[in-house]
Design a protein around this ligand. Structure first.
Ligand code: SAH
Length: 235
């Protein structure tokens, strides 16, 4: 067992079951592949990551972790979905990505093992899959060095996000399998900002991610009503 209760086994099973398709850019993971360059550029414009020690929490098959390593960071990706981690590892071997490692450990456990040891922590599209997101935010805050950056992304909770992220994405456009997301687990930016503040992270950047189903394109914007990212810094 993992030494944390902050895990939903059904969530991990969902991601493990799909793991073999993680690097198929036309699969269920297409949205993550599409947003990856956008979020990577957004992060690296705020903090250059080359030569930095970066932790990716809930890394899954490693789409962001691998890309950050290719930008010269020394990356550790952690997740609790065993198969997703295996796929991430295999991809790093096949793509010959140096500077990335993967480990099956919770953020909470790593916070105890390696406090204040990473320059940058990323935790993307993961908080809406855990029972207690504030516990993960606290762990990220403990893991990052003082002055270091922590980035989060998740889905807002309001009628529009229900319509776009669940009805639209899962039922109409079928971008994601039905049941990928649960409305009640979505997190408002104000809630995430409060978790961050209470953990000693100062909110510095807010960005929205928008999607046009006709052009099938994503872009960054000031509209945080559905998908959004927060950039914080440990005070
Ligand atoms: N961050 C990656 C993957 C997002 S998918 C990206 O944005 O590309 C969500 C991931 O969160 C899955 O890999 C899932 O296994 C992971 N996850 C869910 N609950 C978790 C937990 N309690 N601890 C660590 N990872 C978790």
């Amino acid at each position: 067992m993992h030494n944390t209760d902050n895990v939903d086994p059904a969530e991990l099973a969902k991601f493990s079951d799909l793991a073999h398709r993680w690097w198929d850019t036309e699969s269920e993971f297409r949205p993550l592949h599409q947003i990856n360059p956008l979020r990577l550029d957004w992060i690296t414009d705020i903090v250059p990551i080359a030569g930095k020690r970066v932790l990716d929490v809930g890394c899954g098959g490693g789409i962001l972790a691998d890309a950050m390593a290719r930008r010269g960071a020394e990356v550790l990706g952690i997740d609790l979905a065993t198969k997703a981690l295996r796929v991430a590892q295999l991809h790093a071997l096949e793509a010959q990505t140096s500077g990335v490692q993967y480990r099956e450990i919770s953020a909470e456990a790593l916070a105890v093992e390696q406090p204040e040891s990473f320059d940058v922590v990323t935790c993307m599209e993961m908080l809406e899959h855990v029972p207690d997101p504030s516990s993960v935010v606290r762990a990220c805050a403990q893991i990052v060095k003082p002055g270091g950056h922590v980035f989060f992304s998740t889905i807002n909770r309001n009628p529009k996000s229900f319509l776009f992220a669940i009805v639209g994405a899962e039922y109409v456009l079928k971008l994601l399998p039905k049941g990928t997301h649960e409305y009640a687990k979505f997190i408002r930016p104000s809630e995430l900002a409060r978790y961050a503040r209470e953990a000693g992270l100062e909110l510095e950047h807010t960005k929205g991610l928008e999607y046009n189903p006709l052009s099938r394109r994503y872009w960054l914007s000031g509209d945080t009503s559905v998908n959004y990212m927060l950039g914080t810094r440990k005070v």
